[in-house]
Design a protein around this ligand. Structure first.
Ligand SMILES: Nc1ncnc2c1ncn2[C@@H]1O[C@H](COP(=O)(O)OP(=O)(O)O)[C@@H](O)[C@H]1O
Ligand SMILES: N[C@@H](CC(=O)OP(=O)(O)O)C(=O)O
Length: 458
């Protein structure tokens, strides 16, 4: 049995719905489907999730929501019209959207989560309705029925383990099951969403819970490429890669697959196949366990992400001081922030954060507290920070990889603030200025894929 997730671009309009239905019905093993909300139909278009966020914000401000409501409903109506669904079929969608502002929520964060989740919830309902209308046996499954239980973080939830026992009890026969992606219910029955792009996570959870043979993830590119195709022109497609390669690359910028979605797949040892809805005949990229994996080249991919900021701290004899890092961590705890990495030298350390968790005020107050607690000689907040991640199972035990990564950066005058080799030895992380990130990716890609280096084993 295969669990199949379709991204927002694959469900953006009626014509895309038709392709998706064709894909689902072409293979009897494709029994379970996960939908995203309708995504962008063309460059410059707005995803339904973003329209719903606007709808929620206007509701919170008690501002007029008429226009945004019409814009959202029109997206579903256009899909309904494509399949000649009558008004009655669209009425539940209209009703659900209009009831969102009058429902009671514990707070505005939960209000936001519930609004956002309806992008996928209503799209899954619509997909089941369209399929039934076309004579295909299909059923909408709400996460409340399936038992997808998540943590109490309304807009950044994580799945709770009991979900898997509940999913295992789900009854299904010859009908196609249509699940909405992106959200679950907390133990107290509130809707909470995963982080953005989180329908991939639902797909992986359902694939693990139902013990699928394969998790197919359909998107708008032929494969996962060795570099973001928006940065490198026609990069090489990756045929096979390991779970941990994918986790590192998606964490560091390969937005094609959510980094947290790898975890349930690893736990269930379910292979993932990323494929193109517009060219389903192509093999796409297969993501598999590490066992018996033979890397095709030294590096598998190079990613970059701008979502980081760094705190640089310098103080002589920092290495001799007991409790220095503990005091630092206490400050982070006070502000409820997590850090991503903490590379250190003899007298200095850099703490790298996901900057999406900060506003300017928090940064200011937190730096002030660090100053008070640690009296560093130098403290600097680097907002202009990017991380480049070079990843490959083939890098293990090879001599000269770091030199080969750094050489093209030097040649392009790109400064490297930090280098960190992961303990797994399949990744090297570099910190650069944000303005240099794309050039860094291009030059590293070029060095490894256009001028294949000969590296020795150590
Ligand atoms: N290394 C990569 N390989 C393929 N696509 C990538 C890569 N890095 C970033 N992307 C981007 O990811 C996009 C697909 O992800 P996303 O927009 O989330 O799709 P979906 O709507 O199907 O969920 C591609 O259109 C591409 O621009
Ligand atoms: N619709 C949600 C969740 C999601 O996964 O979407 P997509 O499959 O279009 O990346 C978002 O935009 O974040």
């Amino acid at each position: 049995m295969k669990v199949v997730k379709f991204g927002g671009s694959s469900l953006a309009d009626g014509a895309q719905f038709e392709k998706v239905i064709g894909i689902m019905t072409a293979d009897p093993q494709r029994q379970v489907m996960i939908t995203s909300a309708p995504g962008k139909r063309h460059d410059g278009d707005i995803k339904v999730t973003d329209l719903l966020i606007k709808y929620a914000e206007l509701t919170i401000k008690h501002a007029d929501t008429g226009e945004i409501f019409d814009q959202i409903f029109a997206r579903y109506q256009a899909i309904g019209d494509y399949f000649n669904l009558g008004e009655d079929a669209l009425a539940p969608i209209w009703m659900a959207l209009s009831q969102l502002p009058t429902t009671t929520y514990p707070d505005d964060e939960y209000l936001m989560a519930a609004f956002k989740a309806h992008g996928e919830r209503l799209n899954a309902r619509l997909m089941a309705t369209v399929m039934t209308h076309l004579g295909i046996k299909a059923r909408f499954v709400d996460p409340s029925e399936a038992g997808i239980v998540v943590s109490d973080d309304p807009n950044n939830a994580t799945v709770l383990p009991e979900t898997y026992d509940r999913l295992a009890q789900l009854q299904y026969t010859d009908e196609l099951l249509v699940f909405p992606g992106f959200f679950g219910f907390t133990e107290t029955g509130q809707i909470a969403t995963f982080s953005r792009g989180g329908s991939d996570i639902t797909g992986a959870i359902v694939a693990r819970g139902l013990n699928a043979d394969l998790y197919e993830n359909f998107t708008d590119v032929d494969a996962i490429y060795a570099a973001n195709p928006k940065i490198v022109d026609q990069p090489m497609a990756i045929e096979r890669m390991t779970y941990r390669e994918m986790r590192e690359l998606s964490y560091a910028g390969f937005s094609v697959f959510h980094d947290e979605a790898i975890i349930p797949a690893i736990q269930g040892q379910i292979p993932i196949n990323v494929k193109n809805t517009n060219r389903p005949e192509l093999p796409g990229t297969l993501i598999v366990p590490e066992t018996n994996f033979r890397p095709a080249q030294t590096i598998t991919g190079v990613a970059s992400s701008n979502r980081f900021a760094a705190l640089y701290i310098h103080r002589y004899l920092l290495n001799k001081e007991v409790g220095f890092t503990l005091k630092l961590l206490q400050v982070f705890k006070k502000y409820n922030v997590s850090y991503e990495h903490m590379p250190s030298g003899i007298d200095d350390l850099t703490v790298i954060f996901d900057k999406t968790q900060f506003d300017d005020e928090t940064v200011h107050a937190m730096c002030h507290d660090v100053q008070e607690a640690l009296h560093p000689d130098t403290i600097e907040w680097i907002d202009d920070y990017a991380i480049i991640m070079v990843v490959g199972e083939g890098m293990r035990n090879k001599i000269g990889v770091i030199e080969h990564i750094v050489e093209p950066l030097v040649a392009h005058d790109i400064g490297v603030h930090m280098i960190n080799q992961g303990a797994s030895r399949i990744s090297i992380m570099l910190g650069t200025r944000r303005a240099d990130a794309d050039e860094a990716v291009k030059s590293i890609y070029d060095a490894f894929f256009n001028h294949q280096p000969t590296l020795q084993k150590n």
